[in-house]
Design a protein around this ligand. Structure first.
Ligand code: NAP
Length: 319
């Protein structure tokens, strides 16, 4: 008999076909992510769960007595309580590498867009405000030859650093808990203690996973160290930043601008002051969202799911 798996969000049909050739599928009848209540009910019969970002906690695990694996269609896995899962013998998996270049592209669009104010100026043109003459109030900041400080130089961080070094001739510095000598040698990136990186970077990019240690890694004190011309970019997770401190830093002109793909609460509240600021470029957590990359991620997540329910070691187990 085939093992039963629960697919909690829509996936490309070819990926679903692959899973169906090995497993019996339970899934939502609509084209939406499955509501948690329905998930908890269906999990009673499931050995595997395919999801994106839904909370995997003690309550969910109690409803899933047969569960062997939770396969995330994302590289971040801060939604999973790995300790609770381990205690019940449930493996977690994620989808690293297949999304690195796509997320790096998006981060670069945040860097360029925030520096050259492209979203703001798009509105300026479309609203008919463009008059003859060279209006200095529309000027932005240079990206080329500027200093980019990456906090969390991992797989995605390195893809961004490569673009910055080779494409934009930037000076790239980074802060991780551990130095990456390979990246220093191959990419020419320079290690800096965090406070030094904050003081000396023109662009500060946050790219760490969300963990207990990185929650509010950047707050009031860190913003106070940044240059008044600094542009802050966050494409990690919203809670790595103290959002109130970010709002204050922008309101007090402690920093020049921000480019954000992630927020404390998602979808971001329409009343969030960040959305009222012309120097904030705001995207809807869309780093990996191209059709090809999302399909590649779904395939990798499906392979993780299928191999684990068949009793094999999945390609990307989490520990
Ligand atoms: P990764 O390869 O694991 O890299 C993460 C880096 O962060 C590592 O080099 C790690 O180095 C560093 N780090 C971890 N904790 C740190 C800390 N306390 N202080 C400083 N550095 C720390 O991960 P990745 O694949 O590049 O992905 C990174 C994150 O990006 C994901 O976890 C996810 O949350 C986010 N992401 C967002 C999107 C989006 O759509 N916006 C898409 C994909 C990923 P050390 O261990 O040496 O400190």
């Amino acid at each position: 008999m085939k093992p039963t798996v629960l697919i909690a969000r829509p996936i490309p049909s070819e990926v679903e076909d692959y899973i169906a050739s090995h497993c019996t599928i339970l899934k939502s009848s609509t084209n939406e992510a499955m509501p948690r209540k329905e998930m908890l009910r269906l999990l009673a019969a499931a050995e595997g769960l395919l999801t994106t970002g839904g909370k995997i906690d003690e309550e969910l695990l109690k409803h899933a007595p047969l569960l062997k694996v939770v396969s995330n269609i994302s590289v971040g896995y801060n939604n999973m309580d790995l300790t609770a899962m381990k205690a019940r013998g449930v493996i977690g998996t994620n989808t690293p590498e297949v999304l690195d270049e796509t997320v790096a592209d998006l981060v670069f669009s945040l860097i360029l867009g925030a520096a050259r104010r492209t979203a703001e100026l798009d509105q300026y043109v479309k609203q008919g405000k463009w008059k003859q003459g060279d209006d200095e109030s529309l000027f932005g900041l240079d990206v080329h030859h500027a200093t980019l400080g990456i906090i969390g130089l991992g797989r995605i961080g390195e893809a961004i650093a490569r673009r910055a070094k080779l494409g934009f001739l930037m000076n790239v510095q980074y802060y991780n808990r551990n130095r990456k000598i390979d990246a220093e040698t191959n990419l020419g990136v320079i290690y800096q203690p965090m406070n030094e990186l904050l003081r000396t970077s023109d662009f500060i990019l946050l790219m760490t996973p969300l963990t207990e240690e990185t929650t509010h890694l950047i707050g009031k004190e860190q913003f106070s160290l940044m240059k008044s011309s600094a542009i802050f970019i966050n494409a990690s997770r919203g809670k790595t930043v103290d959002e109130t401190a970010l709002i204050e830093a922008l309101q007090n002109k402690q920093i020049y601008a921000a480019g954000l793909d992630v927020y404390d609460r998602e979808p971001v509240d329409i009343d969030n002051p960040l959305l009222q600021m012309s120097n904030v470029l705001a995207l809807p957590h869309i780093g990996s969202a191209t059709a090809k990359t999302r399909t590649d991620m779904a395939f990798l997540a499906a392979k993780n799911l299928v191999s684990a329910v068949l009793g094999q070691t999945p390609p990307n187990p989490l520990s």
